[in-house]
Each structure stands twice: as C-alpha cells, then as structure tokens.
Design a protein around this ligand. Structure first.
Ligand SMILES: [Mg+2]
Length: 197
C-alpha cells in the first residue's frame, strides 16, 4: 500500500516531545524517593522499580501531583530537533496532530507548552485510545499505546526509551529521524504489515 498524499501524523507528548521522566523524578525526590532520573532508566513504564517508586500508589500520586500543580507546563523539551522536524513534515504537505493520553483538563498547559517550545501542530487531540485520533502514522513511547495502535491497524513507530526496548517494530531515537523515514519516497506502510482503516 502506498501512502496517501497528505498524511495525518500523530505525535505523542510525554516521553516524545516532553521530558516527562525528568519531571516525575523531580516530584519523586520532593516526596523523599531516591529518584535516579532519566540517566538510569526507568526500565518499566509503570516506574515501580529500584531507584524509582516503591509501589504503584506512590507512582500514581506523583503523576497526579505533577499534573495537578501545573508541572506538565514546566517540562523540558526532550528532543531539540522536534520543532524543525514538525515544520518539515508540514512543509511537505502533511498534517501534524499532537495526540496525548493526558486528560483534556490539561489542555491549557499542553497547548501553551507546545507554543512555548515552537511545536507548530495542526491539531492537539486528547485520547486515551489513540487510534481514535485517526492518524495514518504515530510516534509514541508507551508500550501499551503502541500495542493499541498496531492492534487497530495503525502504523506506529516506537520512540526509543529504556522502558520500551522489548517492543518490536520500527523505532527511532529522534523526531527528525521519524520525519525522514515518513518523507522517504520509498516508504511504504505495507513494509510493516500495517493496514489502514
Ligand atoms: Mg508518551
């Protein structure tokens, strides 16, 4: 299957555009946990492991605190090449859709963060089930989200992180690399066994 001329391209926020793990490590440290930060893991998406959180309750509490105290608006840009990669995809005629599983109550923090960091997206969508955003191709770091997208017949690249190394399939470590792969004239979804619905 060849790609349509105009692609809808779904970009995740936390763990792809924004350095969520450093943000959550900062909250954990304030709560008295000996967080190692992004330099050493985490190796699990749930963050319950040595050097991170002792249990799911403390991990959930830290995530809620980061969200509810405006911390999501203060995260660092994870990939300095992201703004240029987004511009390149749009200049090629594609639509860039930021798709996040954050709750819609974070819309204001999320939109202002994107603007401040120069991410010029066409749309910002809030979906726990990301295939519902209707993109042809996605970039995401979360193993369960990549599974959901592929299960729904969507094409999903993995954004490389220590907690997703077990996930098979196409993987990039920079957003510019994702853009290059999509813009390659030889790129074909069927190479990856994806159907499009
Ligand atoms: Mg993510």
């Amino acid at each position: 299957m060849t790609l349509p001329e105009t692609l809808r391209i779904g970009l995740d926020v936390d763990g792809v555009l924004a350095d969520y793990m450093s943000g959550i490590a900062g909250v954990g440290r304030v709560q008295g946990h000996p967080m190692h930060g992004r330099a050493a893991g985490p190796t699990t998406y749930g963050l319950v492991e040595p050097g991170w959180f002792p249990d799911t309750e403390s991990a959930s509490a830290a995530m809620a605190q980061l969200r509810d105290t405006g911390g999501l608006g203060r995260l660092q840009l994870l990939d300095p090449g992201a703004p240029a990669a987004v511009r390149k995809l749009r200049a090629a005629g594609h639509r860039v859709v930021v798709v996040t599983a954050r709750g819609a109550q974070t819309r204001r923090d999320t939109v202002s963060w994107l603007r401040r960091h120069g991410i010029e997206a066409d749309e910002v969508r809030f979906h726990a089930i990301k295939s519902e955003a209707g993109c042809h191709a996605y970039l995401d770091d979360a193993p369960h989200i990549v599974d959901e997208l592929r299960g729904a017949g969507r094409f999903a690249f993995v954004y490389d992180a220590p907690y997703n190394r077990h996930v098979a399939g196409p993987r990039v470590s920079r957003i510019a690399e994702f853009a290059e792969r999509l813009l390659d004239p030889a790129f074909d979804l069927s190479t990856f066994g994806c159907s499009q619905r």
